[in-house]
Design a protein around this ligand. Structure first.
Ligand code: FEO
Length: 172
């Protein structure tokens, strides 16, 4: 049985993963309507991954005798200045999620809930991968700057990066 404090903290993470999924969906829609199809593919897929992160938490909470809560979400940002604005937002968002996961892990240790601690290790590993991916995307965008040809190639290649990431995820 989950301790109430842990159940609440996990439920906050359910909302956070849904929020991530929504934000990346909004980013995908912006990219698609601004001619960045590769980036849109990357972001649609990333949005799906976040939904999977959310579902995994929902099932875990319910399996452990808790009740996963589904809450309404605020509207995510709709418009972006550039691809850099999008991916900078994504990196910052992932950094925030990593902090949330670390806080969850900390609460589990305080409450001596080693089962949930163990369950959360998957998220710890996932955050390392997602942060690294977001950083490498941002590094590429910094190199390109405002070069249109560079942005065209970036948009083509970033779709591949999402495919590689998906293959790694399914291999886990
Ligand atoms: Fe579910 Fe991108 O963290």
């Amino acid at each position: 049985m989950l301790h109430k404090e842990i159940e609440e903290a996990l439920n906050m993470q359910v909302a956070s993963e849904s929020d991530s999924s929504n934000l990346y969906l909004a980013m995908a829609s912006w990219a698609e309507t601004n001619g960045y199809e590769g980036s849109a593919d990357f972001l649609y897929q990333h949005s799906d991954e976040e939904r999977m992160h959310m579902l995994k938490l929902v099932k875990y909470i319910n399996e452990r005798g808790g009740h996963a809560k589904i809450t309404s979400l605020g509207e995510p940002k709709r418009n972006f200045d550039s691809l850099t604005d999008v991916f900078e937002g994504l990196l910052n968002h992932e950094l925030k999620v990593s902090e949330q996961i670390n806080e969850l892990v900390h609460i589990c240790l305080q409450r001596r809930d080693y089962t949930t601690h163990n369950f959360l290790q998957w998220y710890v590993a996932e955050q390392i991968e997602e942060e690294a991916l977001a950083r490498s995307v941002m590094d590429k965008l910094k190199l390109i700057g405002n070069d249109k040809g560079g942005l065209y190639l970036f948009d083509r290649d970033v779709a591949q990066m999402s495919v590689i990431s998906a293959a790694q995820n399914t291999a886990q």
